[in-house]
Design a protein around this ligand. Structure first.
Ligand code: HSE
Length: 307
């Protein structure tokens, strides 16, 4: 038996919802931005990694020894009754850079869990699987957050609700928006980018955060694009994180001059995202970002839609 699963890249936070809002995305030119995992029967447990990013930085689980996909598989098998466990071969096609802010760890985690769940005839439901995904995400990024795993698993824009009965809900998105994503080619570990943030925020910041997030969600439902764009601001992380991201301010200023609707850090960075409803403008933004934001040959820029 052979099962293959793909999980797309994602934009955590979307500026306005730190840890609680995330979007699954896909390049419009058909590039497969995301990881693929294939599970097959095997006599003993084995793991192999291929793909463009497999020879670069490996994603290591907190133990420092295993790839994240291996750690996911071990955790998954541990949750199964012993009688149902059997050895498998995991093949990870690593198509995304690590520490990019594109939800690379979530992509490996989601693809692994989805493939395993299907391989073992769906022993776990969506919520159980999401909880497992969140736990493994927490093991590499410093703390559990669902804003990458939830959209990578369920698609679209997901708002994390984390109640007794549910983890997330899908939010409507503006179908006419293009999301231009620029990865500069350098790696910034999420755990480090989380550790530079304050532990506490003052009252005016929390009020501003709540106002912006609530207004963005409201605007998404009533399709008020102008309101959505006006409140799409990051008052929690951007001012701290951008100091670690070369040329973020310059790119942000240039994109706004170009007439892009919004600019933000994707997840914990260094990938930048920028929004427009005009394909020609998206193409101009892509050209500009290639020139001023991409630092080396590993970097790339994609024009994307919500997946
Ligand atoms: N919400 C997470 C963070 C996303 O900003 O740290 C990480 O990709």
């Amino acid at each position: 038996m052979k099962v293959t699963a793909f999980a797309p890249a994602s934009i955590g936070n979307i500026s306005v919802g730190f840890d609680v809002l995330g979007a699954a995305i896909a390049p419009i030119d058909g590039t497969k931005l995301g990881d693929t995992v294939t599970i097959t029967n095997s006599d003993s447990f084995s793991f192999e990694m291929v793909g463009e990013w497999s020879s670069r930085l490996a994603y290591l689980h907190e133990s420092g020894k295993k790839n994240l996909a291996q750690a996911c598989a071990e955790y998954f098998l541990d949750q199964l009754p012993e009688s149902k466990r059997k050895p498998v071969k995991i093949l990870l096609n690593k198509n995304m850079p690590v520490g990019s802010g594109l939800g690379s760890s979530a992509s490996s985690i989601v693809a692994t869990f989805v493939a395993l769940n299907q391989f073992f005839a769906n022993p776990f439901d969506n919520i159980q699987l999401l909880k497992m995904m969140g736990k493994l995400e927490g093991s590499v990024s410093g703390s559990i957050h669902y804003d990458n795993v939830a959209p990578a698993y369920l698609g679209g824009i997901q708002l994390i609700t984390l109640t007794e009965s549910n983890i997330c809900v899908k939010i409507p998105h503006f179908e006419n928006w293009y999301w231009v994503l620029a990865y500069p080619g350098i790696s910034l570990p999420t755990s480090e980018m989380r550790s530079i943030l304050p532990q506490n925020y003052n009252r005016s910041v929390t009020i501003e955060y709540g106002k912006n997030l609530a207004s963005f969600i409201y605007a998404s439902f009533i399709k008020d694009e102008k309101l959505a764009v006006e409140v799409l601001k990051d008052v929690i992380a951007e001012s701290y994180r951008k100091t670690k991201i070369p040329n973020f301010d310059l790119a942000s200023k240039s994109l706004k001059e170009l007439g892009m609707l919004a600019v933000g850090i994707s997840g914990s960075g260094p990938t930048l995202f920028s929004i427009t409803d005009n394909l020609e403008k998206a193409k101009e933004a892509k050209k500009l970002l290639r020139k001023i934001y991409v630092q080396n040959q590993d970097g790339f820029v994609h024009i994307c839609r919500i997946f």
